[in-house]
Write a protein that binds this ligand. Structure first.
Ligand code: FE2
Length: 296
């Protein structure tokens, strides 16, 4: 894992894609995303009251709605407008910046994280301060990659992360001995999944619409968070992202945790697996090589 400081004067989109797919973090000391001062001060004026129900405030571009706001909170309309603008700005920046991926991603949720991360009281599997790779419990990606773009919008403080070895190193270390490999060869599971698809139930039953790949990625996320030995002894790299900076990373392959910081924005992209410039490094390819079978 390397932190690559980006020089926008020297565009090298193919290399940037390759770096991301190798598990590097692309870092912008000064964010390339424009913010209106009034929008920033509006965001910095928001303070969620330690709810465990919603980790973050989410903006769903396909519905143009914001969820996760405290009950009774005001400013929903303005928050929606600010998040819509952020989502559009990140999306249009990356369209040029990562041109090899152009038109080959799905714009997923954006989030606003107004709470102090240090000492948050969340259930173990939802904690942000334990190293983990990302997987979505209710939105399987079926091999698409989870690419996340972050902004530290705190006026002065750093956002402090720790990262560890990428998926391609960790998966063979723990699977299949400590965590079972995907059960693509399990006829009962396969039959159940196709039955659910025929009956149109795939979207009603989250665990059934997950491919064997998604199922493994979810279990791997949980395994890492629940593994005290891994959390204590794995190789760690500590990163501090200054106020006003941006960074992006494939969070499905790079284990990450946020240790402290307040006020961040984030936009998620689900990038088609077929768009990878180094497909052999993806979690799907790693797992398919380990299992010798197709997992989506
Ligand atoms: Fe995460």
């Amino acid at each position: 894992m390397a932190l690559i400081a980006i020089d926008l004067q020297q565009p090298q989109p193919l290399d940037w894609c390759r770096r991301l797919e190798a598990g590097d973090i692309l870092y912008f000391p000064q964010t390339p995303i424009p913010f209106r001062p009034e929008d920033l001060s509006f965001l910095l004026g928001q303070q969620q009251t330690g709810s465990t129900l919603h980790k973050n405030i989410a903006y769903k571009p396909n519905l143009d709605t914001v969820s996760g706001l405290d009950a009774g909170a005001t400013g929903l309309q303005q928050l929606t407008a600010v998040m819509r603008q952020y989502s559009q700005d990140v999306s249009s920046f990356l369209t040029g910046f990562l041109s090899p991926y152009q038109g080959r991603w799905q714009l997923d949720y954006a989030s606003f994280r107004p709470q102090e991360e240090e000492g948050r009281d969340l259930p173990l599997r939802r904690r942000n301060d334990l190293l983990h790779t990302d997987a979505f419990p209710t939105r399987p990606t079926r091999g698409a990659r989870i690419l996340r773009f972050f902004n530290n919008i705190h006026p002065s403080r750093t956002r402090d992360w720790v990262v560890s070895d990428p998926f391609g190193v960790l998966a063979p270390r723990y699977a299949p001995l400590q965590i079972p490999l995907p059960a693509s060869g399990n006829p009962a599971g396969r039959a159940l999944r196709s039955l659910a698809q025929v009956a149109g139930l795939g979207y009603a039953i989250p665990s059934l619409k997950r491919s064997p790949y998604d199922d493994f990625m979810m279990r791997f996320h949980n395994f890492l968070k629940e593994n005290a030995e891994f959390q204590a002894n794995c190789r760690k790299e500590y990163l501090q992202f200054p106020a006003g900076s941006s960074w992006m990373v494939y969070t499905d392959m790079v284990p990450h945790a946020v240790l402290s910081g307040q006020y961040a924005l984030e936009q998620t992209f689900l990038v088609d697996h077929e768009a990878m410039v180094s497909p052999e490094t993806s979690p799907l390819a790693v797992l398919e090589a380990m299992t010798h079978s197709a997992l989506v």
